[in-house]
Design a binder for this molecule. Structure first.
Ligand SMILES: *Cc1c(COP(=O)(O)O)cnc(C)c1O
Length: 236
């Protein structure tokens, strides 16, 4: 861990605003150390399991990008908030079942978990029916771990090329999570190189424990949950 843990003296609503500010300062410092532009880094606040009130506090503090890992949970929390904050951007970062593709297309602005041909089929059909085109990221299973989502490394280039043909400019980037316990840097470097090969601008990688390494490797989007909202109330 790099110290982005919840502080026990920062509980409740003021805690969220204070943690958000502290996190932003650390992200900006890490970006500047790499000679990059802080404005080019998107902070995604991962609000899974957090109540709507917590999301509203983050919105009031200026946060606009949110990540959820379940369609049903996002459907319960976000439509009302979107009416209040029309510029909020909702990202799906969890595994997507094909039978939920249509609801996901209705609800999300960015779907980061496109990881298999069957889901590409379902999303293409859902986009056609809904007349709505969320931006898409291909998720790569960086460690080729059987229990994790994501297209395997060996299949990633062909799958990305197919998605580019099929979705055109809606395909904007790649997402990945390095295996727990491994040095994340080679995994981040692989994902960044993959994005560059395919001329994709968005590289979503880095969480609370490894965001500095991710930024050094070229991340354009960092996903932080507990560092902003505190410990999650329920198991995920
Ligand atoms: C939960 C989650 C995160 C955030 O995790 P924290 O440890 O709370 O920062 C980031 N990315 C994905 C895909 C997640 O599921």
């Amino acid at each position: 861990m790099t110290g982005l843990k919840a502080h026990s003296d920062l509980d409740g609503e003021s805690g969220i605003a204070a943690r958000l500010q502290a996190v932003r300062a650390r992200l900006d410092a890490a970006v500047l150390r790499c000679g990059r532009d802080p404005a080019a880094l998107t902070l995604l606040a991962v609000s899974k399991t957090q109540p709507q009130a917590a999301v509203r506090v983050a919105l009031a503090a200026g946060q606009r990008h949110f990540g959820e890992n379940r369609v049903q949970e996002a459907a319960a929390k976000f439509p009302a908030l979107r009416a209040e904050f029309p510029d909020l951007r909702l990202h799906l970062i969890g595994h997507l079942q094909t039978n939920k593709a249509r609801e996901a297309v209705r609800l999300f602005d960015v779907i980061e978990s496109l990881d298999r041909p069957g889901l590409a089929d379902a999303l293409a059909a859902a986009m056609a029916r809904e007349g709505r085109r969320p931006a898409l990221l291909v998720e790569v299973n960086l460690g080729d771990e059987p229990q994790k989502s994501g297209i395997g490394r060996a299949a990633a280039d062909d799958f990305i090329a197919d998605c580019r043909t099929r979705f055109g400019a809606s395909l904007i980037g790649v997402m990945g999570i390095p295996p727990a316990g491994a040095d994340p840097t080679p995994h981040f470097a692989w994902l960044a190189a993959c994005a560059h090969r395919h001329r994709l601008g968005v590289i979503s990688m880095g969480m609370s424990g490894d965001f500095e390494a991710a930024i050094a490797s070229g991340a354009t989007e960092i996903r932080l949950g507990s560092a902003i909202f505190g410990p999650r109330p329920a198991t995920v």
